[in-house]
Design a binder for this molecule. Structure first.
Ligand SMILES: Nc1ncnc2c1ncn2[C@@H]1O[C@H](COP(=O)(O)OP(=O)(O)O)[C@@H](O)[C@H]1O
Ligand SMILES: [Mg+2]
Length: 439
């Protein structure tokens, strides 16, 4: 039994050999063959105007179109109706903000669902009459510019010292109260201190992309001055764990004012809910074993789940069916692996080839799985491959660290755990081993 089927076999589903690996059902001819001017060339399926081509119309075209909105692996979820699960972590976040008045750092690997979560949080907060400012940090992030932007979105009427004057513009903002030129955390917190009649959440997403040094230090200083003065403004910062460590290291005293929340991987029922939402929107149905296969392969990642479900849906539609079978998911893995593989650096790909040649692929895939399951952190005990004796584990870890350069210690991790150096590598490894396992 291969490593991969063993893993699938661990789930409480019918044996995958019977479900996942059965041969593809015969493919009926497309319902209405497109009138192709150039028979041999691939064509776009739908009009960019989103109007279904009447000659090709029919249910399948509609379903294919809807699959794009049903699963959006390259975009965060904005629509609460498409937001699956996450009730516990959302409740924790709200409690931390509302009851404990803490600032929050939400951390976890890319694709785990932080941005989606923040959008839903923002929505809930606005419903409770909070002002919410969402900003995504880029490499160019500049403290003055960012917080001038926040002030621009703050209506002047929420400023304690404000008395409206005749003829004042309705959209007058607090930015008019800021001095020209660069602004410091102190100036920002002085302005925020005058906020009245509401509360403000400033959400800083993609914090890991922000420049190291100046910007992050200023954000840490802002957290400190805001906390010292119990001001009606709270920060929610999202990024990867090492940024939290760095933020707190910059000004250790802010530790007690910050709640560090790891974004957990999704539970099986949450991934199932994600698929069921997509079914509702698209009109495809996933057979139960197909759902189970996606759940197993997603390893708690909503990104992988959406990617696989979307591909599997399209594959089913392409063979003329709106019922997604396990075989469609198995085929989707190939496409997903290719798509993800195209984004891996040449350096990592070369390193993976070497590791494979040395017989370390299965062990590395174990680490990749553990990484997906545990917010990007793992240790050697994750290696469950048949050859996983303590010595062979130690060898694999040291080779993967020193020779292949694929993994590295997590800076400042008290438990001495490790992580992959390139973020796309664990997902790629996991998907490509899954593809090989099912081949
Ligand atoms: N709760 C959720 N329900 C449904 N899909 C989700 C959920 N969370 C994340 N996703 C999907 O997973 C992918 C990654 O989510 P995103 O919020 O961008 O993660 P991150 O910000 O951590 O990189 C997106 O395609 C998004 O559509
Ligand atoms: Mg994000």
């Amino acid at each position: 039994m291969s490593w991969f089927t063993r893993l699938l076999g661990r789930s409480d589903t019918p044996p995958p050999a019977a479900t996942v690996m059965r041969p593809a059902p015969p493919r009926p001819a497309p319902a209405s063959p497109p009138a192709a001017p150039t028979e041999s060339l691939p064509m776009f399926r739908a009009s960019a105007a989103e109007q279904l081509n009447a000659t090709r119309g029919g249910l399948l075209d509609k379903v294919r179109l809807r699959l794009r909105d049903a699963f959006t692996p390259s975009q965060p979820v904005m629509d609460p109706a498409m937001f699956a699960g996450r009730a516990t972590i959302l409740a924790t976040l709200i409690r931390a903000l509302e009851d404990q008045r803490l600032h929050v750092v939400l951390f976890g690997d890319r694709g785990i669902g932080k941005t989606s979560m923040l959008h839903i949080l923002a929505r809930q907060a606005r419903d409770a009459r909070y002002l919410v400012h969402y900003a995504s940090c880029g490499e160019e992030a500049d403290f003055s510019e960012m917080f001038r932007g926040v002030a621009e979105a703050l209506p002047l009427r929420y400023h304690a010292g404000h008395s409206p004057i005749d003829g004042e513009a309705k959209d007058a903002s607090m930015a008019s109260l800021l001095p020209a030129g660069p602004i410091t955390p102190r100036v920002v917190s002085d302005l925020f201190a005058r906020l009245t009649g509401t509360r403000l959440l400033v959400i800083l997403d993609e914090f890991d992309r922000s420049p190291q040094g100046g910007f992050r230090r200023q954000v840490a200083e802002l957290v400190k001055t805001l906390s010292d003065r119990s001001i009606r403004v709270q920060l929610v910062i999202a990024g990867v764990a090492s940024d939290l460590t760095e933020l707190v290291e910059l000004i250790p005293s802010i530790r007690r004012n910050i709640l560090g929340l790891p974004m957990p991987s999704m539970e099986a029922d949450e991934v199932t809910a994600l698929i069921r939402n997509g079914e509702r929107v698209s009109g495809v149905t996933f057979e139960d074993p197909a759902v189970q296969t996606v759940v197993t392969l997603a390893a708690g990642s909503p990104y992988i789940a959406g990617l696989l479900a979307q591909h599997a849906g399209i594959i089913a539609v392409d063979r003329g069916s709106t019922a997604v079978a396990p075989q469609d998911v198995a085929e989707a893995i190939g496409r997903a692996a290719e798509e993800i593989g195209a984004r891996i650096s040449e350096r990592s790909r070369y390193a993976l080839d070497r590791a494979t040649a040395d017989g370390h692929r299965a062990g590395l895939a174990d680490l990749a799985h553990a990484s997906l399951r545990n917010s990007g952190r793992f240790d050697g005990t994750a290696i469950t491959d048949a050859a996983g004796t303590p010595e062979s584990r130690a060898t694999l870890i040291s080779r993967a660290t020193d020779d292949y350069g694929l993994i590295e210690p997590v800076p400042g991790d008290p438990a001495g755990r490790l992580r992959f150096r390139e973020e796309g590598v664990p997902i790629y490894l996991w998907m490509s081993v899954a593809r090989e396992g099912l081949a």
